[in-house]
Ligand binder design. Structure first.
Ligand code: MOS
Length: 767
């Protein structure tokens, strides 16, 4: 079979959902209207540690419109205890709401008020009066250092060679400690869930999530019902950045309440709720030790991370992991130590691990370059990892050298003065900085479905989610190309568990996972058309061999003889069926085989499973990583410490680029997010009661347009020959990596002052 249609992949197409979004036509989770809806408002703990000794509920009970007050005193029936404990480990918080009177952090969900209207529920929630036996919480990581534990596992502790001995023997030594604060995701759309039960065991959820499949599995587990009985719908997600990758208490609480009141329940969180119960990026204290020869050849590195997690979470920030794979260093050790504190659960936040980790690593490399009087790019090239130094496997595809070269040209690196603080523009200081970017090239099992209709349209679907990334659009493009149809004849649908199961939009893996499944499904749909045509007396292709046929322009025809053939739509029409359908599931890597979760859940309703056999074992032969280079130019006011970012250049090697517009937008978004992380983002907690002090977007400054310069983005664009048939890795997270380091390095180059503690606020420059 062959497809002669010209390609839409690689074209900068506008978003399939763009018009819906800018006209208000995109329906977000809280916007669904169900008949007989009721409204829920949570009650949160006011203490960080202790027990609830009682509730005064009388006033709340008597308030107008109140339908239900849910607390640990009247819990809703859930799955058996042993099942719950297993499921809970996979939730955002590993202790389910309302199961006991124990309080483990300030803001913990301890009650829920359901009323006829939102206003009634919100008012009644203010009347709930809990009483507590208060214990002294541990809020600050540094005060709990002696209680730190060392997690085990793939990304936690690692060692090759003799890092400490080689460091001791190295002629050039560098050591420094870097810190990063707590940060919050703050997606524009707050989390929201609408839950509706049909009878006792069928549940529908409209949930703002990065992955409907994960929500389905979690809810089925919590309520002890088959996954097929849980339908989760989420067509649009107004940003997640990791905070909607897990399942948080409010989603469970909405379902619990709906079961109790036997009506649909809407639970829409306020931004103030989100700072405690939908995750955050934990704080880190990272010490790097690097030993090298005078020519910059690095012989030893140790990257030690102290980070905090919560009493209700086993998540920890794998900040040293990027150091493990970035440079050709024979003697390496990494260590993660975790202090559990009485604040809400941390979670994945855009490039978890890599974002704070590359800050420390890439500033340390810059510091070493300065100490050795080397150009920072030259030092990176000196220690360039040709193969994965940890796995000792070749990279599937790595073009970082080209990223350095192009980025340096784009920013004007030749203008950089090696002597820090020597470049003036009037009263301002000018500096250039750069850093490497890196993120793993992940892939997960995924399904997709393609339906061909008698009117010539195709509708494809997968149970993944577009969280603002452009997923709808790129999947539409790959499907259209595979079918030989123009893109405007193809629609791609996402965000419903009735579609073939696909992974969460996280780990930058959705595109690399779903795109190959979509292509497989499209090809199988064409195969079905060909099979129907050759057996159909009314077809001009009757009696032909399927292998002689080609497809393109919405037609099936004889190879080399395009006139002998017919429209795909005509074949569909003659079946008398509403559509011809094919389903495929692409499952390839060992990582995918290990992924019990997705495989255990509701199987995709696919008739045929089409594994990509040629890439099936590639994860044992290659190491999959994306790489890139971040370059920036800053202007510092030496009196006020104000930093202006004048220019940014980012060059990314992420394999094939399916849509340069949406991909560039992802990288620009990552850099904008990274600029916020570098310059202003920080959540502080009151050490007395563990409450986050920053609870809104006025206190917590995310980079705005005025903070972000024009961002130049270039892609190497060379397809990865081993990850999947499209050669595509993800671009969701790599954009933020290296950003904080590039800025700190540029500020040093401008001022001679080294900032090792995020955020890089003016007080630290003039102080
Ligand atoms: Mo991403 S932080 O894996 O949603």
């Amino acid at each position: 079979m062959q497809n002669t249609e010209k390609k839409s992949v690689g074209q900068p197409l506008n978003r399939q959902d763009g018009r819906l979004k800018v006209t208000g036509g995109a329906k977000y989770s809280a916007e669904w209207a169900l008949p007989n809806m009721s409204y829920a408002v949570p009650v949160q703990s006011g203490i960080a540690k202790g027990t609830i000794t009682g509730f005064d509920l009388a006033q709340a009970q008597a308030a107008p419109g109140v339908l239900l007050l849910l607390t640990h005193l009247n819990p809703v029936a859930l799955a058996p205890k042993d099942v719950l404990e297993r499921v809970a480990r996979q939730l955002g918080e590993n202790v389910l709401p309302f199961q006991s009177n124990v309080v483990r952090f300030s803001g913990q969900m301890i009650g829920l008020v359901v009323a006829e209207t939102y206003e009634q529920a919100r008012y009644a929630a203010t009347l709930v009066r809990p009483t507590y036996a208060v214990e002294t919480p541990l809020v600050e990581m540094r005060e709990g250092k002696d209680k730190a534990t060392r997690p085990t596992g793939r990304n936690a502790q690692g060692k090759r060679g003799m890092a400490d001995e080689a460091f001791a023997a190295a002629p050039q030594k560098f050591e420094a400690t870097y810190t990063t604060p707590h940060e919050h995701h703050h997606p524009l759309e707050p989390h929201a869930t609408i839950a509706n039960w049909e009878g006792a065991d069928k549940l529908t959820l409209y949930d703002s999530t990065q992955g409907v499949s994960g929500v389905q599995g979690a809810l089925a587990g919590v309520f002890g019902i088959p996954p097929a009985n849980v339908r989760v719908v989420c067509h649009f997600t107004g940003g997640g950045f990791g905070s909607k990758g897990g399942v948080w208490p409010h989603t469970l609480m909405a379902a619990m309440a709906a079961r109790a009141v036997k009506r649909p329940v809407k639970l829409a969180l306020l931004r103030q709720h989100m700072v405690t119960t939908t995750g955050h990026r934990p704080t880190t204290e990272q010490t790097l030790r690097i030993g090298s020869a005078p020519d910059g050849d690095i012989s030893a590195m140790r990257h030690n991370v102290l980070t905090d997690s919560s009493d209700v979470s086993s998540f920890f920030e794998t900040a040293a992991f990027a150091s493990n794979v970035s440079y050709d260093i024979p003697n390496f050790a990494m260590e993660h130590a975790v202090v559990k504190v009485n604040i809400g659960a941390p979670t994945y936040m855009r490039a978890p691990g890599e974002a704070p980790g590359t800050f420390a690593l890439e500033v340390a490399i810059d510091e070493l370059a300065h100490q050795l009087k080397m150009d920072p790019i030259a030092l990176r090239l000196k220690n360039y990892a040709e193969i994965d130094p940890e796995k000792k496997l070749p990279f599937s595809s790595k073009h970082l050298r080209e990223c350095f070269t192009r980025g340096a040209e784009m920013i004007g690196w030749a203008e950089r003065r090696a002597e820090a603080g020597s470049h003036r523009d009037g009263r301002y200081l000018i500096g250039y900085g750069m850093a490497s970017a890196t993120y793993p090239g992940n892939r997960q099992p995924a399904g997709a479905r393609v339906r061909l209709y008698p009117d010539g349209r195709a509708v494809a679907a997968a149970g993944g989610n577009d969280i603002g990334t452009g997923a709808y659009t790129v999947f539409r493009q790959v499907t259209a190309d595979a079918l030989g149809l123009p893109v405007d004849k193809v629609v791609f649908e996402l965000g419903d568990t009735t579609f073939p199961a696909a992974p969460v939009a996280g780990g930058s893996w959705l595109t690399a996972s779903v795109a190959p499944a979509a292509v497989e499904a499209a090809e199988m749909a064409l195969q079905a058309i060909a099979t129907l045509a050759v057996a159909d007396a009314k077809s001009p292709l009757r009696g032909r061999n399927v292998a002689e046929l080609a497809f393109g322009d919405g037609r099936v025809f004889v190879k080399g003889d395009p006139k002998t053939g017919e429209k795909l739509a005509d074949v569909v029409k003659r079946t008398g069926q509403p559509y011809v359908e094919a389903c495929a599931r692409a499952e390839t890597m060992a990582q995918a085989r290990d992924n019990g979760g997705l495989n255990q859940r509701s199987k995709a309703p696919c008739l045929v499973i089409a594994p990509e056999s040629e890439t099936d074992k590639n994860d044992e032969k290659y190491s999959f990583h994306s790489f890139g280079a971040q370059f920036c130019k800053v202007r510092v006011d030496p009196d006020l410490g104000v930093v202006r970012i004048l220019d940014w250049a980012s060059v990314m090697d992420a394999g094939a680029i399916l849509n340069p517009k949406t991909a560039r937008n992802q990288i620009q978004g990552g850099i904008g997010y990274g600029i916020g992380m570098a310059m202003s983002e920080e959540t502080l907690y009151d050490p007395r009661n563990g409450r986050p002090v920053m609870r809104n977007l006025a206190d917590y400054h995310i980079a705005a347009n005025a903070d972000v310069p024009e961002i130049q983005v270039a892609f190497i664009g060379i397809p990865d020959p081993h990850i999947n048939r499209l050669g595509v890795r993800g671009v969701g997270e790599i954009g933020i990596t290296g950003v904080c380091a590039a800025l700190s390095n540029a500020i040093f180059n401008a001022t001679g002052k080294r900032l090792r503690d995020l955020p890089l606020t003016p007080d630290k420059l003039v102080g």
